[in-house]
Every structure is written in structure tokens, then in C-alpha cells.
Design a protein around this ligand. Structure first.
Ligand code: GRF
Length: 207
């Protein structure tokens, strides 16, 4: 049962093109998600995701890791900005840094990530090429809650995507990306409707 509520306040972290950010913004604008992206953060000043935020008049910040002595202190600045914007859900969207335990603790089961493979298969980076090179026939994408291990938290939604004989890493990545843009907004929508219940490693979707 969809519960009426104030719009979910979403903070998004990007490092690159931000196509998943674009899909999330679009889903908020169409009303698919009862939410709004209220702040975008990046560790990369040239991230096009920051441009996307600007184009949608969303507050956005480049946080320069060189100005912070270590990851914990850098992450502390990210958490400070997110809390100042009263963010209720943090979405990592092509964000390339590993977040610290203190960051995770600041938003327990309130940080999501999109990974372009079917976890627990192919964690880490360049996973589309790894899937092609391994010879799998099916790969896909995963939205999961972020815990203190990399690519490990409870899985919310997955989508299987076929690997074709003539695929390379780039062609598979492009096919998977289209599905990322569907399942990430869907996972956020379910969260906004308070329909996700984490039970140990499992995420139960209600209603
Ligand atoms: C996507 O494949 C995403 O799964 C991975 O980074 C890629 C680019 O994402 N984490 P985006 O276009 O920056 O959202």
C-alpha cells in the first residue's frame, strides 16, 4: 500500500557521466518516485553528473579529496553536506570511491549502489569486460544497500541481461546500462513507498 508522505530527500554521489543520476532525476520529475534529488556530490570536478545537476538547478558540490588528509575525513565532509541537506537516502551512481565505515554508519540501510553485474558475481571494476572474458551467457545489474564491505550489502533488485557471442565489454556495458536506468529508479521508488524491509541479508519487498 503506497503511503502518502513528504517527498523523499535524495542525495546522489557521482564520479562520471551521471546517466543513472539522470534517470533518477527523470523518475522524480515524472512522479514515478515520490522524491527529489536535493543535492549531488562528486569527487571529480569534471564529472558530467555535476553538469546534469546544474542543468536541473540542483545544488551540487565538487569535494576535492586532495583537501582532506584521509578517507574518513573526506567522507566526513560528504556526510556533513548530506546531513545539512536533510538527505534521507544516499544513492551512489557511478561513484568510484569506496566509502568508509563511518559514512555507512551515518546512513544505516539508507545508502544504495548500482553495480553492472549480478552480484555476488563480478564485484569490483571493469566487470562487463570480465563477464565477457569469462564466457558467461548471462550478466546484468544489481541495486543493493551499501554495507561496510565492497559490493556486498543486501540486494534489492537485479536484472539479468544476455551476453551475446559478439559482445565486448563496451557493447555489454551499453546493454546493461539501459536496464540500470530502469531498476535504480524502481528500487528508490520502493524505498520511498516504505516497501523495503531488510531481514539479515535479504530485502523483502512488501505490497
Ligand atoms: C554504470 O555502469 C554504473 O553501473 C557504474 O558506472 C557506470 C556509469 O554510470 N557504477 P553513470 O553513467 O555515471 O551513472
Amino acid at each position: 500500500m503506497k503511503k502518502s508522505r513528504e517527498k523523499l530527500r535524495i542525495g546522489v554521489l557521482v564520479s562520471g557521466g551521471g546517466s543513472n543520476l539522470g534517470a533518477i532525476i527523470e523518475a522524480c520529475n515524472t512522479g514515478e518516485i515520490e522524491g527529489e534529488v536535493c543535492v549531488v556530490l562528486s569527487d571529480n570536478k569534471d564529472a558530467y553528473g555535476l553538469e546534469r545537476a546544474k542543468n536541473h538547478k540542483i545544488e551540487n558540490y565538487f569535494v576535492d579529496k586532495k583537501e582532506f588528509s584521509d578517507r574518513e575525513i573526506f567522507d566526513g565532509e560528504l556526510v556533513r553536506i548530506l546531513k545539512n541537506h536533510h538527505v534521507e537516502l544516499v544513492c551512489l551512481a557511478g561513484y568510484m570511491r569506496i566509502i568508509s565505515a563511518s559514512f555507512v554508519k551515518a546512513f544505516p540501510n539508507r545508502i544504495m549502489n548500482i553495480h553492472p553485474a549480478l552480484l555476488p558475481s563480478f564485484p569490483g571494476l571493469h566487470v562487463q569486460k570480465k563477464a565477457v572474458d569469462y564466457g558467461v551467457k548471462v550478466s546484468g545489474c544489481t541495486v543493493h544497500f551499501v554495507d561496510e564491505e565492497v559490493d556486498h550489502g543486501p540486494i534489492i533488485i537485479q536484472k539479468a541481461v544476455p551476453v551475446l557471442d559478439d559482445d565486448d565489454g563496451d557493447s555489454l556495458a551499453a546493454r546493461i546500462l539501459k536496464h540500470e536506468h530502469r531498476i535504480y529508479p524502481e528500487a528508490i521508488r520502493l524505498f520511498a513507498e516504505d516497501r523495503l524491509k531488510v531481514e539479515g541479508r535479504r530485502v523483502i519487498v512488501s505490497g
